[in-house]
Structure formats: structure tokens, C-alpha cells
Design a protein around this ligand. Structure first.
Ligand code: F6R
Length: 245
């Protein structure tokens, strides 16, 4: 494991989520009005629940942050319960009273997805960059929706999803046919520019890809492997995910 990583291996999903929430809340304490990057998916849900509790107990205050999400399906309407916009309002933003003006998610309903990518990059730049970016990892090594490929995008991009991600994410839809085939995702440079990365993974099905990403070669075929080049990565995992590290 590289020295620039701070690794927390926690007993289970619940303690992992608690630890991640504490790391995040400490970053917000240092910069309460900064910009923070969020991820969706099943992994960060427990951390979001823990953050809500910390705020309700007066131990954290997230009400003044600006939020940027990594990605969104395309095409999708924001009010679709499968949209990441909806996910974030349900799982975090409403409960921490973060107003919609302070939350940004690529617009999956934009008529011109490529123009939307540019707009999104400009918003991140005008917020002064991201202080801490929360990341999960796909079983194929993707971060955001930067899927394994010969080339990876630098800035926010309109990207197709791979068959493996469509299959993984189908669990949240009535059938695989309903999973949108494309996405808008922050690119690798946008992610790497975050001052700090808070990386989460849980469960045995992530053990092998974690080993490849953090101990294997840096390759576009495992996009998360580029995190080996980031100077400030905090990895919070449960024992099952850390099995091969
Ligand atoms: C979601 C995202 C994805 C997920 C990844 C893992 O915003 O960026 O990269 O982090 O697909 O998803 P889960 O947590 O559902 O295993």
C-alpha cells in the first residue's frame, strides 16, 4: 500500500460508514463553506446517514457547503426516482437542509449533453475547486462513470456505460433494459484535482478490484488505479473489502 494513502480498515459496513462520516465532518469543520464532491450508489448511504446524525446532534454543520456530484445517468429527468439528483435529495441534501442552489449535479435532462459538461466544469472552477471528493468504486474499477477504456476523459464527459456497470446497476431498476445507457461524469482530471479524496468500499465483491486499483499497475483499464498518483487519499473500507490489500 502506498504511503500517500491513509487506510482505515473497519469491522463492518456500519463502523466503516461512521468512520467515513467523521473524516468528512472534520474536513467540513476546517472549511465549512467549501465545495465538496459526492458520490451515489449503495456504498456511501451509511456515511450519509451518519452525517445526518452528526448534524442533528450538533456535531457537524453541513448547511453552508457547496455540493458537486460526480455523475448522473443520461438521459434522465431529475424527478425520476432513479436519478442521482433524486438520490442525493432523498439520502442527504434534504435532511441536512442544503438548498438546491448549493447543490450541483450534471443535468441528465439537458438537451445538449456535451454543452452541459462544459457548464458543469465551469461551475466547479468558479467554486474554486473541490475540497474533498467522496468516491466509491465499480467492480470493474470505474470511479464516477469513468469506465475502463483505452482513453479516459479529463474533464466532465458524456460517456456510455459498460455492460458490466449496466448489469451491476440493474439491481436498482425493474429490469436491465431500463438502465440508461449513457452518463455525464466528472472526468479523471476533475477528480484528481480535488484537494482530498475520501474513498469508500464495502463487501467482498470489491476485494479484488481494490487490490488491482491500489497495488496493481496504473492503467486506464482500472480507472481507480490513477488514485495512486493523488497526494491525499483516505481509504475507508470494511474488513471484507480489505481482504486482499
Ligand atoms: C456513483 C459513482 C459510481 C459508484 C460505483 C459503486 O456516483 O460514481 O462510481 O461509486 O458504481 O457503486 P456502489 O456503491 O453501488 O457499489
Amino acid at each position: 500500500m502506498l504511503k500517500n494513502f491513509k487506510l482505515y480498515v473497519e469491522e463492518d459496513y456500519s463502523t466503516m460508514s461512521q468512520r467515513a462520516a467523521e473524516v468528512f465532518a472534520n474536513a467540513v469543520k476546517d472549511d465549512p463553506m467549501g465545495a465538496y464532491g459526492f458520490a451515489t450508489g449503495s456504498t456511501p448511504i451509511g456515511m450519509y446517514e451518519a452525517l445526518i446524525k452528526l448534524q442533528n446532534n450538533g456535531k457537524a454543520d453541513l448547511r453552508k457547503i457547496t455540493a458537486f456530484n460526480l455523475d448522473e445517468y443520461y438521459p434522465i429527468q431529475p424527478d425520476d426516482p432513479q436519478s442521482y439528483y433524486y438520490f442525493m435529495r432523498q439520502n442527504l441534501f434534504d435532511a441536512i437542509s442544503l438548498s438546491p442552489e448549493n447543490t450541483h449535479i450534471p443535468n441528465g435532462a439537458a438537451l445538449d449533453p456535451i454543452a452541459e459538461c462544459k457548464v458543469y466544469d465551469e461551475k466547479i472552477a468558479s467554486a474554486g475547486g473541490i475540497n474533498m471528493q467522496v468516491l466509491g468504486i465499480g467492480t470493474n474499477g470505474h470511479i464516477g462513470f469513468n469506465e475502463p477504456a483505452e482513453n479516459l476523459p479529463a474533464t466532465t464527459a458524456y460517456m456510455p456505460l459498460t455492460e458490466s456497470t449496466i448489469a451491476d446497476n440493474a439491481r436498482n431498476f425493474a429490469s436491465p433494459d431500463e438502465v440508461p445507457r449513457n452518463s455525464l461524469t466528472m472526468g479523471m482530471h476533475s477528480i484528481m484535482m480535488a484537494k482530498r479524496i475520501l474513498f469508500l468500499a464495502s463487501g467482498e465483491n470489491k476485494a479484488e478490484i481494490l487490490q488491482n486499483a491500489f497495488n496493481g499497475p496504473i492503467t486506464t483499464m482500472v480507472p481507480a488505479s490513477f488514485l495512486q498518483l493523488h497526494h491525499d487519499v483516505t481509504i475507508v473500507v470494511d474488513k471484507a473489502a480489505a481482504k486482499l490489500l
